[in-house]
Design a protein around this ligand. Structure first.
Ligand code: ZN
Length: 152
């Protein structure tokens, strides 16, 4: 895992074990720990989705998005979980935020297309992360979460 300096004017690549940024001297140790924690929280959210503990999964992803508002992967996962909980309004809001940050984000664009079609009239679809077992039945399978994050 590479560690990029969080200072926006620097963004230098550092070793994951670095105490300070080699370019600007910013302390990195605590930052690396929060990243590690964030990865674990994200993976915990995915596990909870698989166990159909959707409310708890949403809390994991919501915490990540609160701390890392530009974490598109976490926000996409949060939006997907909201959708699975039939919270169309929150799902749409989060996908719109992702779309504002990155108009080419294909997951957000798929999600927005989906929520728009649902607002016209809900119909049966399998909205599942790829890691979940595919269910039989008709409908579009939307792949939101591709893989777990790597831990250090
Ligand atoms: Zn730096």
């Amino acid at each position: 895992m590479k560690l990029f300096c969080p200072e926006p004017s620097c963004r230098a690549e550092n070793l994951p074990t670095a105490d300070i940024c080699a370019r600007c001297g910013l302390p990195l140790k605590a930052y690396a720990q929060t990243l590690d924690y964030a990865a674990r929280l994200f993976n915990r959210g995915l596990d909870l989705v698989q166990q159909h503990q959707l409310e708890q999964a949403r809390e994991c992803f919501a915490a990540l998005v609160y701390w890392y508002p530009h974490d598109r992967e976490a926000r996409n996962a949060l939006a997907m979980t909201c959708l699975m909980l039939n919270d169309l309004i929150s799902a749409t809001e989060h996908w719109q935020k992702v779309h504002e940050q990155a108009p080419s984000d294909s997951i957000a664009n798929q999600g927005l297309a989906l929520t728009t079609s649902w607002q016209k009239g809900p119909h049966l679809m399998n909205v599942l992360p790829e890691s979940m077992p595919a269910q039989s039945g008709k409908g579009t399978r939307v792949v939101i979460v591709k893989k777990k994050r790597k831990k250090k």
